[in-house]
Design a protein around this ligand. Structure first.
Ligand SMILES: *[C@@H]1O[C@H](CO)[C@@H](O)[C@H](O)[C@H]1NC(C)=O
Ligand SMILES: *[C@@H]1O[C@H](CO)[C@@H](O)[C@H](O)[C@H]1NC(C)=O
Ligand SMILES: *[C@@H]1O[C@H](CO)[C@@H](O)[C@H](O)[C@H]1NC(C)=O
Length: 396
């Protein structure tokens, strides 16, 4: 005969085990069944910049972080496909593309790319470390630093759907885009409960930008046409350089618009979600500026990344994204001062005067001032004061 206490103890133990098993299964299911919860715990960072403003470098600093899934200028495809339109018309489509990518929905590319595509059909895919490591490609480990040339050689056969698969495995999705000219167009993303969007607004001295743009006038012509809304008409070669200044007018206008919309009587949903970074400050003090950006994005600096940042900003080790050394960083970022004719400087200052004032770049009045390298033209960044719609008090 079985003793009753033994039976009761047995049943009791059985019930306890069942309960724990159920709790375990239920909690797992809960995680599986609620992708929106998971989505909310992700961070979405938009590096909002313009052409030739150091955004490739800043993008790399994020791309190489092991927690980051990074894509560079995904809207390039949209602009190429829809090049008959103006930037203004395309802005909302760009916004929706960016939103889908943040949610790891890559089907959005169906509209702009051919059907049987590979990862390697994506614009500048090889600069994304995430697309050079598992689950997209086995060449690099996820914690490795990747090299674009090497990645291009070994990872160019991956199927496109792998991008989506990879995206879903990361806690931070970072996109760099140069095709936004109005912060308000991003408001719906900032209030979207399925996103956790933060914006890094990266700017650079317009005089340095125009030097860089002048060196690659023809490469920028298609984009210029879209920014300037030429109704799909080509810009004549002899008007190419002039179009650069017209585009800069638009870029400088947009820098003011973005910065002032984010800081002056801004809606509350922008709180803690906007950060302005000047490229010149990154060049002068890379580690601290990068640390500040990581902190803003909730990323931590690993020893490997610290060494990487040191190497790429000091021109040592494996390659240099900056192509500068710490000693000459300042002078390289000031190359425009000796190389660009004074008349051009006057012209760009005239076009971008207000933006330069807002962003803290000092104007030069004479050619002597332009060439006098000891005269610092990057003014200390004024701590921008945020004011909010909800109150008249200033807060930081
Ligand atoms: C991939 O790279 C190899 C070697 O560089 C090249 O031969 C091949 O054509 C590339 N394939 C694609 C699909 O780009
Ligand atoms: C940085 O450069 C040093 C010296 O060349 C090298 O030993 C080190 O591995 C490099 N660090 C990284 C993360 O590439
Ligand atoms: C990547 O590798 C190529 C070839 O091996 C090398 O020339 C280049 O400097 C490397 N680039 C970086 C950024 O390390």
């Amino acid at each position: 005969m079985v003793r009753p206490t033994f039976v009761i103890t047995g049943i009791f133990a059985f019930v306890i085990i069942q309960t724990f098993a159920l709790i375990f299964i239920y909690s797992r299911q809960k995680i599986d069944l609620s992708p929106s919860d998971e989505q909310n715990s992700k961070a979405h960072i938009l590096i909002l910049s313009s052409w030739r403003s150091g955004s490739s470098f800043v993008g790399q600093v994020f791309s190489q972080h092991p927690d980051v899934f990074y894509l560079m200028e995904p809207a390039w495809h949209l602009w190429v496909r829809m090049h008959q339109n103006s930037a203004k018309v395309l802005q909302m489509a760009v916004r929706d593309l960016v939103r889908s990518i943040f949610l790891c929905d890559m089907s959005v590319f169906d509209a702009y790319m051919s059907e049987n595509r590979l990862v390697s059909n994506l614009f500048q895919w090889e600069v994304s470390r995430a697309l050079c490591s598992p689950p997209t490609c086995d060449y690099y480990e996820r914690t490795d630093l990747s090299n674009d040339t090497t990645c291009k050689k070994h990872c160019n056969m991956s199927k496109f759907f792998k991008i989506e698969e990879a995206c879903k495995t990361y806690s931070h999705i970072v996109l760099k885009e140069v095709r936004f000219f109005d912060l308000k167009s991003l408001f719906p993303l900032l209030t979207d409960p399925s996103l956790n969007l933060k914006i890094i607004h990266l700017v650079r001295d317009p005089r340095a930008v125009i030097k860089s743009r002048d060196k690659s006038v023809y490469a920028l012509l298609r984009d210029n046409r879209i920014v300037l809304d030429t109704n799909g008409k080509d810009i004549e070669q002899n008007k190419a350089e002039a179009s650069n200044y017209e585009v800069m007018k638009e870029v400088c206008r947009s820098h003011i618009q973005i910065h002032e919309t984010a800081t002056k009587k801004a809606p509350d949903f922008l709180k803690q979600r906007y950060m302005m970074v000047r490229y010149e400050d990154v060049v002068r003090d890379p580690l601290n500026e990068i640390l500040a950006m990581y902190k803003f994005a909730d990323l931590s600096l690993t020893p490997k990344l610290k060494s990487y940042i040191y190497n790429i900003t000091h021109g040592t080790g494996t390659g240099s994204a900056f192509k500068i050394t710490s000693r000459n960083a300042r002078s390289i970022s000031q190359a425009w001062r000796t190389e660009v004719p004074f008349e051009k400087i006057l012209k760009i200052q005239d076009i971008c005067r207000e933006a330069m004032n807002v962003l803290g770049y000092r104007l030069v009045e004479t050619e002597h001032e332009q060439k006098l390298l000891s005269l610092d033209l990057v003014l200390p960044l004024r701590k921008y004061k945020f004011t909010w719609l909800s109150s008249d008090e200033n807060s930081v």
